[in-house]
Design a protein around this ligand. Structure first.
Ligand code: ADP
Length: 402
């Protein structure tokens, strides 16, 4: 069988798995979900559903998923390499890394920066190493692409000891997706990446925006944690830091505030109805005022950040939308760009309605000062590519198990 790369993306109660062939084409993706719950299950190929052991943990889920992939003929006995998504690489990782003991220790030491994410990412790594002890494993970090941020963009205006003692600074996330946007926009614009500057808006359940100058990240909206910046499905994005003290005086504990800002705010908090943009837009169309509010705040904050990102650029080759919302919501793109008349953005309604399909992703009107594009993200394919590249570098010309 052709050599294959397995991509593993562990969330708090889920594991996403995908298998890529040597051409970078996805062969299958599967989602093990509801981990730690009685009805844990594996949904493969978007349809087939296999029950997992009740209360299955990440290791059991990965084991069962791999058994299923092998049985269904998607995976040969062993993949060539395994690529793991790791949320926080701190300042230790500027690019993807082969997972040896040192790298694992460095990821562990970033865990206090991402207590919700890195430990589950490590659980996935441990599980995969136990299942495939001979297979090289690679970590691909959400933060790595943003390590090129200039100092003025990542320092918070806090006493220096917070950075020096605790690593409190802006790190940025969704780096794999933003990097892919830069590469793919450059390819579509037929420009070298090193001469391409874009603003990349990744709008999914989590949302972030990045200024990329000559192929490098120079500003981004997420900070120390993925809570800063844009309005998201359930996350507030920016709030006045004075809020914490204000809420504390009302008797709201730090843990409650954390939960509210991460899980009960954003589109969900504003609408009181849904965190899902598609449902939100439908409800707003039917006259739900709170959903309309949520939509308006989302688009305004996004537009404001697009304006802010322009500060870091000397030219703009394209504004790029991606993620479930960025790729699919004609309304969000149209409303956001309506706020950006002064910088000169103009959208072509027909191209926007079709998400730029048939136009190479382009949705700007002829009189727009800057191109605007819709580009579907391919985070997992990027992880597979990075894993393959690192393994090829470190094991030149080995062809494992063939
Ligand atoms: P994640 O960040 O979890 O990967 P996605 O990138 O899949 O999430 O994005 C999920 C979001 O995309 C949800 O808010 C969903 O409603 C939105 N979305 C998906 N399809 C559409 C659509 N046709 N119109 C508007 N929003 C959509």
């Amino acid at each position: 069988m052709d050599d294959q790369i397995l991509v593993v993306n562990c969330g708090s109660s889920s594991v996403k798995i995908a298998v890529f062939d040597s051409h970078g084409t996805v062969l299958v993706s599967a989602l093990a979900e509801k981990l730690g719950q009685p009805d844990a299950r594996l949904v493969a190929d978007g349809e087939e559903s296999v029950s997992l052991p009740a209360m299955a943990d990440h290791h059991q889920a990965l084991e069962a998923s791999i058994e299923w992939l092998q049985r269904a003929g998607y995976l040969s006995t062993e993949p060539t390499a395994i690529g793991h998504r790791v949320v926080h690489g701190g300042e230790a990782f500027h690019k993807a890394a082969l997972l040896d003991e040192n790298a694992i220790r460095a990821i562990e030491s970033c865990a206090d920066l991402a207590p919700l994410h890195n430990p589950v990412n490590l659980a996935g790594i441990e599980a995969a190493r136990r299942l495939f002890p001979e297979v090289p494993q690679v970590a691909v970090f959400d933060t790595a692409f943003h390590q090129s941020l200039p100092r003025h963009a990542w320092l918070y205006a806090l006493p220096r000891r917070f950075y020096e003692d605790y690593g409190v600074r802006r790190y940025g996330f969704h780096g794999t997706s933003h990097q892919y946007m830069a590469e793919e926009a450059a390819r579509r614009l037929d420009k070298p990446l090193e001469e391409t500057s874009i603003i990349s808006a990744h709008l999914g359940n989590g949302c972030s925006i990045t200024a990329i100058r000559n192929g490098q990240s120079v500003d981004t909206s997420m900070g120390l944690t993925p809570l800063e910046g844009l309005v998201m499905g359930t996350r507030s994005g920016d709030v006045d830091p004075g809020l914490f003290d204000f809420l504390a005086a009302k008797g709201v504990t730090a843990e409650e505030t954390h939960r509210i800002l991460n899980r009960e705010s954003g589109l969900l908090g504003l609408s009181g109805h849904t965190s899902d943009m598609r449902n939100l837009v439908n409800a707003a169309r039917e006259g739900n005022g709170q959903c309309k509010d949520a939509f308006e705040v989302f688009c305004f904050r996004l537009a404001r950040y697009i304006g802010a990102m322009m500060v870091s650029l000397e030219q703009l080759d394209a504004l790029v939308f991606t993620g479930g919302i960025g790729e699919n919501s004609t309304d969000v793109r149209a409303r956001t760009l309506e706020h950006l008349v002064l910088p000169g953005f103009r959208v072509d309604p027909a191209a926007n309605a079709h998400h730029g399909r048939n136009h190479g992703g382009h949705i700007a009107a002829a009189n727009s000062r800057f191109p605007v594009m819709v580009i579907p993200t391919r985070e997992e394919a990027m992880i597979a590519r990075e894993a393959r590249a690192l393994v090829a570098d470190s094991h030149p010309r080995t062809s494992r198990h063939h």
